[in-house]
Design a protein around this ligand. Structure first.
Ligand code: CTP
Length: 402
């Protein structure tokens, strides 16, 4: 089943060598639970046969304006009305020019002109064609007309040249498609997220830290922003790129993280505490490197303040969400944490299954019980968690207004 707002997609394939990559694209889209209707231009059929796409999509492929099979005999209208979005991949320079001018001389260009849904194009062409002033003007016009342009990428081209114009890889196209079609369930909501580990210094060289990669927190920040939220991310040291449109504040220690959270918490609707905050820090930080000796060395540790519990206890506390990474008794310990920290929602997982990995699974615990999010890439889990939060916020609003 698809998690996304986009359930039916029309994939338009135009004439270009990258048409062979569209086969993998169809496979990936179908794997996401998306129903794919393929429409090819006459030129595209010179590169790959419609039969290939019929086999992969499980649906007849349309190629011409006069194809039989449309329910009311108006294929160009019917096909564009039956889908949530249209994606053209590969989109040739010629097809992009047609879109810009509103040409309607074949089935694909006609249904694009007749559409009332989102249109995205993934250009694929020789680098000279991409850099030609005519294409530059056309791409600008597509943006102006509200048509999303995915890519292209730069690199080796089928013609032997190197440069801008390669179609994005199918995986990247699927990722961008899903990002751009997320329902704006969190439009205008302000969300503060902590992510990554904290590092507690022992001396100028050494420190206490943990294996958190920050991937879950960063995925949540990205997914929240794609769902329309205004996101602030307070992050411990990680090796990840800052998500687009997310205000990121870099911190090192738990004390710095607490301070950054406290100075940004006012006016937030939601606080999601994903960071693996060190529970203890050395009582004394040595100003100089501790020299070794034959004697044993004892480090005195003192507890760090619990950031999540501190925020949840505020009179103006936002909707607070915790994470519980456990190595045993997952549900029991996670529910205990939820109650102790007075949280409406906690996301539980087995630490060794999650830390540093790209995929994981979560169990969401709230007043109504447990809601599993099965094994999936962290970005997908993030979307599932945020959908759950959006539904809980919605219910709270409904209760308050009745
Ligand atoms: N947390 C926090 N500040 C701390 C410790 C934890 O904000 N000093 C938050 C984490 O971000 C997470 C939740 O509290 O959302 C639970 O963290 P976890 O480390 O699983 O639990 P602890 O409360 O630290 O308990 P324990 O280490 O004993 O399991």
């Amino acid at each position: 089943m698809s998690h996304y707002s986009i359930k039916k997609l029309l994939l338009g394939i135009t004439g270009g060598i990258a048409a062979y990559k569209a086969a993998e694209l169809v496979r990936l889209l179908v794997k996401q639970g998306i129903e794919v209707q393929v429409v090819m231009t006459e030129a595209a059929t010179q590169f790959v046969t419609p039969l290939t796409f019929q086999a992969l999509s499980g649906k007849p492929v349309y190629t011409g304006l006069w194809d039989a099979g449309s329910s009311k005999g108006m294929a160009h209208i019917d096909l564009s009305r039956e889908v949530d979005a249209i994606l053209i991949a590969p989109a040739s320079a010629d097809f992009i020019a047609k879109l810009v001018h509103g040409a309607a001389d074949d089935l694909l260009s006609t249904l694009c002109l007749a559409r009332d849904c989102k249109l995205m194009v993934a250009p694929a062409m020789n680098q000279q064609m991409w850099n030609n002033p005519a294409t530059r003007r056309n791409i600008k016009q597509l943006h102006h007309d509200g048509i999303d342009v995915l890519g292209p990428a730069s690199g080796d081209q089928a013609c032997g040249e190197t440069g801008m114009g390669r179609m994005l890889e199918p995986e990247e196209i699927v990722e961008q498609l899903l990002a751009r079609t997320q329902p704006k369930l969190l439009a205008g909501k302000r969300i503060l997220i902590t992510a990554g580990p904290t590092i507690e210094p022992i001396d100028p060289i050494r420190a206490i830290t943990n294996h958190s990669s920050g991937k879950m927190g960063y995925s949540i920040a990205r997914a929240a922003s794609e769902m329309g939220a205004i996101v602030t991310l307070v992050s411990g040291p990680v090796a990840l790129a800052t998500p687009a449109k997310v205000n990121t504040i870099a911190v090192t220690t738990a004390a710095e993280m607490l301070q950054a959270v406290e100075s940004n918490i006012s006016g937030q609707d939601v606080f999601i505490s994903v960071a693996a905050v060190a529970d203890y820090k050395p009582q004394h930080v040595s100003a100089h490197k501790i020299k070794k000796s034959d004697a044993t060395l004892t480090l005195q540790l003192q507890p760090n303040q619990d950031i999540l519990a501190t925020i949840a206890a505020r009179p103006d506390a936002p909707f607070c969400v915790g994470f519980a990474a456990e190595s045993e008794k997952l549900l029991e310990y996670a529910e205990q944490k939820r109650r102790n920290k007075k949280l409406p929602l906690i996301a539980a997982n087995i630490a060794t299954d999650a830390m540093g990995k790209d995929a994981s699974s979560l169990i969401l615990l709230d007043d109504h019980g447990s809601h599993p999010l099965p094994q999936a890439p962290k970005l997908e889990l993030a979307r599932g968690l945020l959908q759950h939060i959006a539904a809980m916020l919605d219910n709270t609003n409904k209760k308050e207004s009745s």
